[in-house]
Design a protein around this ligand. Structure first.
Ligand code: PHB
Length: 404
């Protein structure tokens, strides 16, 4: 052994001895000093790209407030575009879990992608905080101890609207939504209270997600003679549907109602005056007067060249807030996953939407309120003005036993 290699060998040996003397807990703590990796699966292209953008911008706002460091550990976001395609979303999820070894996963927007990710997440015991996709089954028969949801179940913004529309708009409605799980979940939830309140569904139609020409559907709506339409559309679908509904001349005689995503601030500027008078149900509007929301709206607009935050931004902000608070509660220890899950379940704070807390039965957020909102021209622009509200809306979540 020459001098150099001998010196290296001795140095290595003494380091090893020091580590052994320090004990495995010190080594574990050192390993814990690395960045906390947060895997993000969201659409950055396609019909829902604007949703992915809002969620990301608001998460970044919250982490920036903490200087991207929580409990002494750096926060690193690894962003993946799911392209709105379930096989891509599943592949990106596998990459984040198996190769990047993320500590926490968040996303997606699309209910079908969430359903496709579910088993990989559950079987690998990866903590997933769902920041949009509302698939009801995730709060029910497909729930998991490892999955939380800060956004909504598809049931939540729609179920209270059925009774409201029957009472205040019309006892006859035409339902229309994109042909996939979220569209089906939302229309079912609406019917749950619309039918018992004496409402009659004249017809239901399910165009494909990403449809650009709604003329055949609008023709059927006109021919049906209904006075109300209840729908779910989001992203570019919401822009196209609301504009074409107006261009078709239906706005004069038919009240357009739906799930709040239809007229969120991500799409309102593109819809313009075609959105005036549309009535929707949602847990958020940037007009909420609580101090947390007022600060959130101001900070978000400052950071994003005047862009108005939407419900998706609120979801992103709350997702980051849940992560920050839970990590602080466990002192940055992401190894003990049971402890981290318990800490997440306990998180409670003032969100821009009101008091945030998870339902222990389902791990789904309890909505402090579902607001019935009407698009009006106020405060110098188009806004979702609350005209009524329903308190404490929690997914029924029966059949969810949160198995380990
Ligand atoms: C969903 O697929 O769950 C979904 C997508 C867009 C929304 C709401 C729900 O605005």
């Amino acid at each position: 052994m020459n001098q150099l290699t001998r010196r290296k060998f001795l140095a290595g040996a003494s380091m090893g001895a020091a580590a052994a003397a320090a004990g495995p807990w010190v080594l574990k703590a050192r390993a814990q000093g690395g960045p906390i990796k947060i895997g993000v699966v969201l659409p950055y292209t396609g019909v829902y790209a604007v949703l992915g953008e809002s969620i990301t911008q608001a998460m970044e706002l919250a982490f920036a407030r903490e200087n991207w460091t929580v409990a002494g550990r750096k926060i690193e976001m690894i962003k993946e575009d799911d392209e709105m395609k379930p096989p891509v979303g599943i592949r990106k999820t596998e990459k984040l879990i198996d190769s990047d070894k993320v500590d926490i996963l968040t996303g997606p927007v699309h209910s079908g992608i969430l359903m496709g990710m579910r088993d990989k997440v559950h079987n690998s015991k990866t903590i997933l905080i769902v920041s949009n996709a509302g698939a009801d089954a995730i709060s029910r028969e497909r729930c998991s101890k490892w999955i939380f949801r800060t956004s909504f179940s598809n049931w939540q913004p729609n179920q209270p609207m059925g009774g409201w529309v029957a009472k205040n708009v019309s006892k006859e409605a035409f339902l229309v939504a994109p042909n996939y799980q979220a569209g089906k979940d939302m229309m079912e939830a609406f019917k749950e209270t619309y039918l018992p309140a004496g409402g009659k569904v004249v017809a239901e139609d399910y165009p494909k997600l990403g449809e650009t020409d709604y003329a055949p559907y609008l023709t059927k709506i006109r021919q049906s003679g209904v006075k109300a339409v209840y729908c779910f559309f989001s992203g570019t679908d919401a822009v196209n549907f609301v504009k074409q509904f107006d261009q078709f001349g239906l706005k004069q005689g038919v009240k357009l109602c739906g799930a709040g995503f239809l007229t969120e601030p991500d799409v309102l500027p593109a819809q313009g005056k075609s959105a005036l008078g549309v009535i929707t149900g949602h847990f958020y509007t940037p007009l909420l007067e609580n101090p947390t929301n007022q600060k959130f709206v101001k900070d978000f607009r400052e950071k994003n060249v005047g862009k108005m935050p939407d419900g998706f931004a609120c979801q992103g902000y709350d997702t980051a807030e849940v992560i920050i608070r839970a990590l602080k509660a466990v002192n940055g220890n992401t190894q003990d996953k049971d402890k981290l899950v318990a800490a997440i379940a306990k998180v409670e704070f003032d969100s821009p939407r009101g008091r945030f807390r998870f339902d222990p039965k389902t791990h789904n957020v309890i909505q402090p309120f579902i607001y019935v909102r009407e698009v009006r021209e106020v405060y110098g622009g188009l806004n979702n003005v609350p005209i009524d509200k329903i308190a404490d809306v929690r997914d029924p979540g029966t059949g969810c036993t949160l198995p380990a």
